[in-house]
Design a protein around this ligand. Structure first.
Ligand SMILES: [Fe+2]
Length: 249
């Protein structure tokens, strides 16, 4: 079920924060988050004009393969190893309206759970044909799509044996650089989601489920790729959980 239909559209001009929907400021089971947890009461600052009017992204900044992680790092004629998928959906506001012109950036581990990053320490092999990042811009309906391979789960140093479920990181830029939100997408049916200490910082199961992309066999490409649908809700009482907006929305 999509985010639009799961929750009725918000009405009115002001949306009360719902602190039971978003993670608490301090979540000790996610150990590296503790030192960056706020210790003092929050202050609300207005955006400056330059923050909210900054650059508007256009399709001119995109390269031809920016939305194709299967090929955008691969040698000519080759492709990344892994389960070929399409990720698609819409960026929505609090009323369920599409948000056009939003720059989406996404990054992920390869099919074995390994990032192409100099600080990466996991023993899984690098894929010489997979870089792990891409970008696209939402169309006039707020829709987006990209091709990639399904990332693998990977272990991380938190508890004795903690693993991240398969996930794709998303950054959403609005119309200025101050309007940046970051979240993660998970995959329907993955039992590792509910084991993850980062996911478990989200108190409401329904909020987690909004981060879980649904397998959509209607949007597949036969003999090529399966499809996962992931909508991102920017605002409202039932917004997506963003990890750089811990205080809610
Ligand atoms: Fe990750």
């Amino acid at each position: 079920m999509s985010a639009e239909t799961k929750h009725p559209p918000e009405i009115g001009a002001f949306f009360q924060r719902d602190r039971s929907w978003h993670p608490r400021g301090l979540t000790p089971d996610y150990k590296t988050s503790v030192l960056r947890s706020p210790e003092k009461a929050l202050l609300s600052l207005d955006n400056t004009i330059s923050e909210i009017t900054g650059p508007v992204f256009g399709h001119g900044i995109l390269g031809a393969l920016d939305n194709d992680l299967i090929h955008n790092f691969a040698k000519p004629g080759e492709s990344a190893i892994g389960e070929r998928i399409i990720v698609y959906g819409r960026v929505l506001d609090e009323r369920g309206n599409g948000v056009p012109g939003a720059l989406l950036e996404f990054w992920q581990a390869n099919a074995g759970g390994r990032y192409r990053h100099k600080k990466e320490g996991y023993i899984a092999a690098l894929d010489p044909n997979f870089g792990g990042c891409g970008r696209t811009i939402t169309d006039e309906d707020g829709a987006y799509a990209f091709r990639t391979i399904r990332p693998g789960a990977y272990p991380w140093p938190n508890g004795v044996n903690d693993w991240r479920p398969a996930h794709i990181h998303f950054s959403v830029f609005g119309h200025g650089f101050a309007q940046r939100l970051i979240t993660q997408m998970y995959f329907e049916g993955d039992p590792m989601i509910w084991q993850c200490p980062i996911v478990r910082t989200i108190p409401d199961k329904a909020a987690v489920e909004m981060l879980v992309a649904a397998l959509d066999m209607q949007a597949t490409i036969p003999m090529d790729a399966r499809a996962y649908k992931f909508d991102i809700v920017l605002r409202g009482r039932r917004s997506s959980v963003f990890e750089n907006r811990l205080e809610g929305n």
